[in-house]
Design a protein around this ligand. Structure first.
Ligand SMILES: [Zn+2]
Ligand SMILES: [Zn+2]
Length: 324
């Protein structure tokens, strides 16, 4: 199955300009002091700009008590993040964000605390990563054929060791070559899913992904369910996913309007789902700030109760008090 909209496409200029009016590279250091739990962040193991240890250190500096590392289709950042979590005194929830696809709809599924020794999950994640590599080759090939001066070697040079190759790395290569000025410009002009250079990639059906995460002892939560990515996610689809074992909905997210959040809360109530709120932080690559949305401790405890994969690292899984 080919996914029409990819996980690394969250750069949507119309949303960015509607936000706080901040320049793309300026990351504000003033964080809310009441936030504690941020269950959706990315490191350079996928398309974030910070190494896992840097991300955890930043979370500590931001006063967060718990973060989940949820890189796209990879757990390569877990070990480094785990060591940093112990050092920094931040509780680390090991997680993933799996790209799934149903028809023309792209859905991202967060999986919290899955056991990655589970062979079915490991195979599926490897398949998704392999598909990204061939997809990048094909995208770069299409661009080169059209006279855009970029090679796959230049794209690979932008990828941190162990990281998941993605469109942001093509964007970075184009910036490095001076073809475009910024990542956002690359996405807006050449890398968006309507572009002639765009190539989709393998993604499992969301029900299959939910089954995989549950089978590995993890807890599946649908990421930003109503952020615009292809066709609309219907109430019926949410009902189907809930019946298939979905545990929760990420209701509060930068890409949700107030109506989207209210709809998610309503559906969560109807189906008995956990409600989360998270930043989807990517470092300096996007405007999302750590802790800009958070998850209530009582909702987090519902996630822990359902997990039987790996443990939370640091703080014995408890949520400690905010530092400042
Ligand atoms: Zn996502
Ligand atoms: Zn994400």
């Amino acid at each position: 199955m080919i996914e029409p909209d990819a996980p690394d496409t969250d750069v949507r200029p119309e949303r960015l300009s509607a936000c706080c009016g901040l320049p793309g590279r300026a990351r504000p250091r003033a964080y809310a002091t009441s936030v504690t739990i941020d269950l959706h962040t990315h490191s350079s193991a996928s398309d974030g700009t910070q190494a896992p240890a840097e991300l955890v250190a930043e979370a500590a500096a931001a006063g967060l008590s718990m973060i989940a590392l949820t890189d796209h289709d990879t757990t390569a950042g877990w070990e480094e993040a785990g060591e940093a979590a112990v050092r920094e005194g931040v509780a680390l929830v090991r997680g993933i964000e799996i790209s799934t696809s149903r028809g023309h709809r792209s859905l991202h599924l967060l999986g919290y605390l899955p056991n990655t020794d589970d062979p079915r999950l490991a195979i599926e994640l490897a398949r998704a990563r392999d598909s990204r590599v061939t997809r990048m080759d094909r995208m770069v090939g299409r661009m080169a054929a059209d006279g855009i001066p970029v090679t796959i070697e230049e794209v690979r040079a932008q990828v941190a060791p162990g990281a998941t190759l993605g469109r942001p790395h093509i964007a970075d290569a184009l910036v490095a070559k001076g073809v475009v000025g910024t990542r956002d410009e690359a996405f807006a002009t050449m890398l968006h899913d309507g572009s002639p250079y765009y190539v989709g990639h393998y993604a499992p059906d969301p029900v299959a992904a939910i089954t995989l995460v549950r089978g590995a002892g993890g807890v599946p939560v649908l990421a930003h369910p109503f952020a615009v990515r292809g066709a609309e996610v219907t109430d019926e689809l949410v009902a189907e996913l809930a019946a298939a074992g979905l545990a929760g909905l990420e209701a509060r997210h930068r890409d949700h309007s107030l109506e989207d959040t209210e709809r998610a809360l309503r559906l969560a109530g109807r189906h008995g789902l956990i409600v989360t709120g998270s930043s989807d932080y990517h470092g300096t690559g996007k405007l999302n700030r750590l802790g800009e949305h958070t998850t209530e401790p009582r909702e987090w405890s519902r996630i822990v109760e359902q997990s039987h994969g790996v443990k939370v690292i640091g703080e014995g899984g408890s949520v400690r008090k905010v530092r400042r």
